[in-house]
Unconditional design. Sequence first.
Length: 363
Amino acid sequence: MKKTIKIVGGILILAIIICGIVFAVNNKEQSEEGKESSKEHTFNSNNEIKTALTLKDEIQNNTIWCGTFQLIWNDLKNDLAKQDIVFTPQLKMVENLNKETFNTSYLSEDSYYKTYGIPSIQLKEKIEKEIKEKFNETSDILDSFDWENAGPEDYFLYSMLKKEFEFPKQFTELPNGKFGNYENVKYFGINSSTDENVREQVEVLYYNSKDDFAIKLKTKTDDEVIISKGNTQNTFKEIYEEIQKNNQNYKDNKALTKNDTLQIPNIDFNVKKEYEELENNTFKFSNGEEYKIDKALQTIQFNLDKKGGKIRSEAGMMVNKSSLLQDKPREFLVNDTFCIFLKEKNKELPYFASKISDITKVQ
């Protein structure tokens, strides 16, 4: 019987992040079991893990995506600009963001927070208060924005997503092993000693070979974790659609049998990305006013182990009205070499001219 993979709660986000050909594997020593990770505010270096802005962006290995930036872009486009954002020249990533492939309909209300407004210390404090109340979290990005010098027609847009999930029963901690060319990688999964009930929380979406398959891990909540291997498509959207297609066409056993084995690497990363390619590009609102993106930031933190997983992501964007950028205080200080011209009104040429570089000669 065919089954369609449903996007429930955070399933799309989780599936995309841990898609088998592009995820970052934690092959470093972990802190002892039971301790909260001390990496919460420590970020991977920018060259370790790449980020995609949308599901339609072309990806490389070790690439991640989360929908938080798309959420604030949707608000910029729909609520503020009230039209597509267009740079000159236009960027492919902006075209993809304008397509709004992801929106809040793919998330449960209790898993995300978003807002926008005129930048001020009061807005910053409001965001800090509300994410503390909703998620018991603090921000890793708010202090990176300029809250003191924003104008009354500037905007700040923000979103946070947080999800934690547990598997109904813990998977087995497996011996360290190889991942590609990497040694001593931590794994969890199922072996001959694993409780049979654990197998019931794994659904086989399709299996063509040990190098071409997809599985779904069930959790205690509505979140589902999809892991695939062997995908060759160029975007996360294409990969996910291929998984759906293969699942619908798969006719064999979708249960994990007692002879099947399962090996999944532990994952633990925290990435902070500034999208400099979006910054300082002029675009127009529907009313003709020009704006620029002053700063655009996103963080994505994700971990997965035998017990379950956690994802936490923030996105923030400061948007300045272009005219206000040009109207910064100017300094007309005649304190070095200068020229003076005297002329009569409506006359084409001056009747006196002077260029002065040594003020001691004229004072």
